[in-house]
Write a protein that binds this ligand. Structure first.
Ligand SMILES: [Zn+2]
Ligand SMILES: [Zn+2]
Length: 129
C-alpha cells in the first residue's frame, strides 16, 4: 500500500478522498520533510534539502508556534514524504483535508492530521500541499 492508498483508506471524516497530492518543495522540488503539527491539526512542512517551510491547506491562518510539535514515527524517525488528501463537495469545494506521512526510515505511514473545512470557496486549498 502506498501513501495515497493509506490516505484514501483512512477516509478522514468518513468522506471518500477524491484527490491525493504529493507535497513537493516550492523552492527546490524536494520531497522529504520534517513536519510540525499543532493541537488543532494545522500542519507545516520544512524541506530537508533547503529548509523552506510551507503550510498545508489553510494551516497558516491558525498557526501557533508555541503549540507546534514535530511529528515522529513510532520508530523515532522524523523525516517523511508527505501527501495530502482532499474530500470534495459536489461543487468541487474542499470538504476535508487529511495529511499523510510516510517515514523515511522504516516506511511506516499514517494520517497525522485531518481538518474539516467549513467555508467556501475553498478550491485554492488543493494547491496548498
Ligand atoms: Zn526545498
Ligand atoms: Zn519510522
Amino acid at each position: 500500500m502506498d501513501l495515497a492508498e493509506c490516505i484514501r483508506e483512512y477516509q478522514a471524516g468518513g468522506y471518500p478522498v477524491a484527490v491525493v497530492k504529493e507535497s513537493r518543495c516550492g523552492r527546490c522540488d524536494g520531497v522529504v520533510f520534517r513536519v510540525e503539527v499543532t493541537e488543532d491539526e494545522s500542519v507545516r512542512r520544512i524541506c530537508l534539502a533547503c529548509g523552506e517551510a510551507a503550510f498545508i491547506g489553510d494551516s497558516a491562518e491558525h498557526w501557533d508556534d508555541d503549540d507546534a510539535e514535530e511529528c515522529a514515527c513510532t520508530c523515532g524517525g522524523e523525516e517523511f514524504t508527505v501527501a495530502v488528501g482532499f474530500a470534495l463537495f459536489d461543487d468541487g469545494d474542499v470538504r476535508w483535508v487529511s495529511v499523510g506521512l510516510r517515514c523515511l526510515k522504516d516506511g511506516v505511514q499514517g494520517v497525522y492530521a485531518d481538518v474539516k473545512i467549513d467555508y467556501g470557496p475553498s478550491q485554492h486549498l488543493l494547491d496548498a500541499v
